[in-house]
Design a binder for this molecule. Sequence first.
Ligand code: HEC
Ligand code: HEC
Ligand code: HEC
Ligand code: HEC
Ligand code: HEC
Length: 177
Amino acid sequence: MARTQLHRWLAVVLLAGGAAVPFALGRATPAGATPPAAAAPAADAIPFDHTIHAGKYGMPCLSCHVDARNSTTAGLPSVRKCMGCHKFVAKDKPAIQALTKLWEEHKAPTFRRIHDLPDYVYFPHRVHIAADLACSACHGDVAKMTKVVQVSPLTMGWCLSCHQQRKATLDCVGCHK
Ligand code: HEC
Ligand code: HEC
Ligand code: HEC
Ligand code: HEC
Ligand code: HEC
């Protein structure tokens, strides 16, 4: 199908409600569901809680996810960053003692990956932050989440319906390099 034709056809699908985009396969797991592979926590997992850090203490999202403004990924903070506080804060807590042990062994905790697009999709955080979209537009109110859950479907139809509203790219090669 020629690209223009496909666009016109996609526009029709989107105007009809977006949900019918036939490419949205692959991610059969509903938003927020735990994929089976992640059932057992790793031995070196540290229970990180956003309601304490981003919620109660109001730490800005970008203070930990520092790459989001300048890079494709948002990234996760280094253990060095955690230890900047936890050398002093809550030292007596078992989770912090486990974290400190990893740090001393030059290891990093394992965090379960929650959002994960297929490799053939290009999603640059940088562009979206520059367009003044709040993290919550796509991730929900993370400061209220003890465990982060995926609240958006991350399907092609989801990307396209916002792109259509915001007059951002609908070009295949914009998201599929
Ligand atoms: C003190 C550092 C810190 C702050 C502040 C922080 N985060 Fe996080 N964030 C983490 C860590 C560590 C993880 C990995 C563990 C987890 O998933 O909870 C994470 C995970 C996430 C994830 C899931 C990543 C994935 O695998 O898909 C999202 C989304 C996220 N944070 C968004 C936010 C938002 C939005 C804010 C601000 C409201 C925020 N974070 C504030 C440290 C932080
Ligand atoms: C800017 C300072 C700061 C940074 C950076 C920070 N934390 Fe914290 N963290 C805190 C504070 C404050 C508390 C609450 C302590 C309390 O209630 O006694 C806390 C609590 C915790 C707890 C709960 C401890 C318990 O059992 O009560 C864990 C686990 C934790 N942080 C892990 C991390 C990890 C992992 C990182 C790095 C990804 C990190 N923190 C980064 C300040 C920080
Ligand atoms: C327009 C939607 C959108 C906005 C706005 C957005 N994100 Fe994301 N975020 C995503 C998508 C989509 C992924 C999955 C990326 C992938 O798998 O390649 C993701 C992944 C992440 C991850 C997992 C690690 C990574 O880098 O892939 C973290 C952490 C994260 N986002 C934090 C944030 C923070 C913090 C903000 C605000 C500063 C933010 N995001 C704004 C859509 C968004
Ligand atoms: C909530 C709205 C929203 C969602 C959801 C969203 N985007 Fe965007 N996207 C935008 C905006 C706004 C821009 C910036 C447009 C501009 O600056 O011209 C943008 C720009 C982009 C660009 C840069 C295009 C260029 O011209 O360089 C890419 C690539 C992109 N988005 C991919 C994605 C992908 C992939 C998804 C889904 C995983 C997605 N976006 C979801 C709003 C969104
Ligand atoms: C704004 C970003 C964006 C644009 C523009 C876009 N796609 Fe996609 N596409 C995605 C995302 C995200 C996925 C992964 C969706 C999923 O797994 O549900 C995807 C998946 C696909 C798939 C794979 C479906 C599967 O399950 O194997 C095909 C094929 C595809 N897109 C073709 C296209 C074509 C053709 C165009 C141009 C008409 C296009 N895409 C434009 C974001 C985009």
